[in-house]
Design a binder for this molecule. Structure first.
Ligand code: GNR
Ligand code: NI
Length: 184
């Protein structure tokens, strides 16, 4: 069990589509445990595997809040099989885009098909925060971020700030060693 590092915008891996999972085995269940640990530590209500630099179609989520007991859920190869015509708006944030929040409009209800931790097929209908979070996580599996649902202007501002943050946080780039002058 381990807390993994969460990759941040503008890491290009966040723009990559994740690969389907073919086997649900002990190694995958260990990865799921690491994802729960990383999500609860952050803290966040959802996490896609690609956010810990593992581009596979796997998400974890726990949209309970307050005093309600935790409800860790894992979805392997999740697919939206139905979306309501009715839309709803929620404020969203993303662990890969720290300190940025915006209102995003999405279908209010969705039905999702997936494999669970035991490799069994499941289906679930979700609404409210759970529906929002599932759509946010499934977007990650397709290289899509919540900022892609905003106007170009808002997205541009957020990307600009994220790039600035990345520059400030990154170690100084190594300079190539200069050839010594006059060395034969
Ligand atoms: O922790 C998270 N909170 C959140 C709030 C509103 C809509 C979506 C989310 S998901 C986010 C964690 C995250 O980045 N998951 O990919
Ligand atoms: Ni996110």
């Amino acid at each position: 069990m381990a807390i993994r590092e969460i990759i941040k915008l503008p890491d290009p891996m966040l723009r990559q589509a994740s690969e389907p999972i073919h086997t649900v085995d002990a190694e995958l269940r260990a990865l799921i445990e690491d994802m729960f640990e990383t999500m609860y530590d952050a803290p966040g209500i959802g996490l896609a595997a690609v956010q810990i630099a593992v581009p596979r179609r796997l998400i974890v989520l726990d949209a309970t809040r307050g005093d309600t007991p935790p409800n860790p859920m894992a979805f392997i190869n999740p697919q939206i099989v139905w979306s309501s015509e009715a839309l709803s708006t929620h404020e969203e944030g993303c662990l890969s885009i720290p300190e940025e929040y915006a209102e995003v409009e999405r279908p209010a209800q969705i039905r999702v098909r997936f494999l669970d931790r035991d490799g069994a097929e499941g289906e679930m209908t979700a609404d409210g925060l759970l529906a929002t979070c599932l759509q946010h996580e499934i977007d990650h599996l397709n290289g899509v971020l919540f900022i892609d649902h905003l106007s170009r202007l808002k997205r541009g501002l957020i990307v600009k700030r994220a790039k600035k943050q990345a520059k400030m946080g990154a170690p100084a780039p190594k300079r190539p060693e200069r050839a010594k002058m006059g060395a034969a």
